[in-house]
Design a protein around this ligand. Structure first.
Ligand SMILES: Cc1ncc(COP(=O)(O)O)c(C=O)c1O
Length: 374
C-alpha cells in the first residue's frame, strides 16, 4: 500500500524545539511566560496593524470570549455564516444565544451580503436585532469585507471575523485577522501554522485584550487570595505551546507560498478537465489557499472521486456541510439561497499541506485522472 497522503498535516520548521528547550531550561513550563509574549508580539507585527493579540487555548475559545466581550447573552440572536465549521457557531450556543444562519455567495463562498441584509431586516422586524455577525474567510479566501462591514455599520452591529483558516491572506492589501471588531485565529493541527492546538483573539484596544486575558485566566480579581466576582475560563495558551508558535511564525510566509503553489499545480493539471472547476481569486483578494478545493459536476462524481482517492490512500474531504443542514442546528432560523447546499454537494478539498512533495502531488493528480478515464 502507498503511504498515506493527508489533507493538511502539521509541518514543523525545525526552530520550534529551541523555544521549547528554552522554556524547559528556564522552567517556564507553567502557563504564561516569555514565549506567550513573544508569540503575541510576532503575530502583532505580522498582522502589521494597530491591533492587540491574546494567545489562547483554541480558536473556539477566542470566538467564545469575543461574544462574551460583546455582551451576547441568553435570548440574543447572533448571525453566523452557514457554510463553516461548527466551531464558528457553537460559542453562540454556549452563551445561551441563538445562531441565525446566512448563506454564501459564489465569488468567495463566504457570507452573502444580500442574504445578510435580508436576514438583519427580518430579525429586526421580528423584534430581535442581532447582537453580532460572525463572518468567516473559508479555506483562506477572504469574505467580501467591504460589503459585510458596510452592512454591519448601517445597522450598527459588531463583526466577529473568523480568520481561523486565513492567516496569511489579504484583502485589498490588508491582512485577514484585522477586519472585525474582534478577530480570531486558530493554530489547530491542520492549520497553515500549528501549535498542536491553540488560537488567538485579535482586539482593537489593549483594554479589550486585558479583559480577554482576565476572563481566560479564571477571572481572578486583584487580591492575595483567590477572589472572583465574575465567571472565568481556563482559555490561556501555555508557554510550551507558544514556543511551537514562535518557531512556526518563522516559516509562515513560505507555507503560504507553498500552499498557493499546490493550488496552481492542481489548476494546471486539470485545466482541460471540463468536470473540474476552481474558485478564482477576485481582484484585490489574496488567499493563503489553506485548502485547495475543486467543484465537480455532481454529487455522485464528487463522492465517486472521494472514494477512488481513499482507495489510493489519499485523504480528501467534502466542503463544509452548512450549519443549517446540521441536526444540532435544525431549529435555527436560516436565510438561504441554495449556494452553500450546492457547494457541499459538488465540492471536494484535495491534499493541500505545505509539506507535500512533488511525488505526492503527482500521485493525487494521476489518481484523479485515472478516476475520470475509468
Ligand atoms: C472556520 C473555523 N472556525 C473556527 C475554528 C476553531 O478553531 P480551533 O480548532 O482552534 O478551536 C476552525 C478550526 O478548527 C475553523 O476552521
Amino acid at each position: 500500500m502507498n503511504t498515506k497522503i493527508w489533507l493538511s498535516s502539521p509541518h514543523m520548521s525545525g526552530n520550534e524545539q529551541s523555544y521549547i528547550k528554552e522554556a524547559f531550561d528556564s522552567n517556564w513550563v507553567a502557563p504564561l511566560g516569555p514565549n506567550v509574549n513573544g508569540f503575541e508580539n510576532d503575530l502583532q507585527s505580522y498582522l502589521n496593524e494597530d491591533i492587540h493579540v491574546a494567545a489562547l487555548a483554541s480558536g473556539t475559545s477566542a470566538l467564545h470570549l469575543s461574544l462574551i466581550l460583546l455582551g451576547v447573552g441568553h435570548g440574543d440572536e447572533v448571525i453566523c455564516q452557514s457554510k463553516t465549521f461548527s466551531a464558528s457557531a457553537n460559542p453562540i450556543v454556549y452563551q445561551g444565544a441563538t445562531p441565525v444562519f446566512v448563506d454564501s455567495e459564489r465569488e468567495t463562498w463566504n457570507m452573502c451580503p444580500i442574504q445578510l441584509d435580508i436576514a438583519i431586516k427580518d430579525r429586526i422586524a421580528k423584534g430581535n436585532k442581532p447582537k453580532a455577525i460572525v463572518a468567516v474567510h473559508l479555506y483562506g479566501m477572504p469574505y467580501k469585507v467591504d460589503e459585510i462591514n458596510n452592512i454591519a455599520l448601517k445597522y450598527n452591529i459588531p463583526v466577529v471575523e473568523d480568520s481561523a483558516e486565513s492567516l496569511g491572506s489579504t484583502y485589498k492589501g490588508k491582512n485577514c485577522g484585522t477586519f472585525g471588531d474582534f478577530s480570531i485565529l486558530s493554530f489547530n493541527g491542520n492549520k497553515i501554522i500549528t501549535t498542536s492546538g491553540g488560537g488567538a483573539l485579535v482586539t482593537k484596544t489593549q483594554k479589550q485584550k486585558e479583559q480577554a486575558v482576565f476572563l481566560a485566566t479564571q477571572a481572578r480579581d486583584n487580591a492575595p487570595h483567590y477572589l472572583h466576582s465574575q465567571i472565568g475560563y481556563n482559555y490561556r495558551m501555555s508557554n510550551i505551546v507558544a514556543g511551537i508558535g514562535r518557531g512556526q511564525m518563522t516559516i509562515l510566509d513560505s507555507h503560504v507560498a507553498k500552499r498557493r503553489s499546490n493550488h496552481e499545480f492542481y489548476v494546471n493539471a486539470f485545466k482541460n478537465n471540463t468536470k473540474i472547476t476552481f474558485l478564482n481569486e477576485p481582484e484585490g483578494y489574496f488567499s493563503n489557499r489553506w485548502l485547495s478545493c475543486i467543484l465537480l459536476d455532481s454529487e455522485s462524481t464528487r463522492e465517486g472521486l472521494r472514494l477512488a482517492l481513499e482507495k489510493e490512500n489519499i485523504e480528501s474531504r467534502p466542503l463544509w456541510k452548512p450549519m443549517h443542514q446540521q441536526p444540532v442546528f435544525k431549529d435555527a432560523p436560516s436565510y438561504l439561497n441554495g449556494v452553500s447546499d450546492e457547494l457541499f454537494e459538488k465540492g471536494l478539498c484535495l491534499p493541500s499541506g505545505s509539506n507535500l512533495t512533488d511525488i505526492e502531488l503527482n500521485r493525487v493528480v494521476s489518481a484523479i485522472n485515472t478516476y475520470f478515464v475509468s
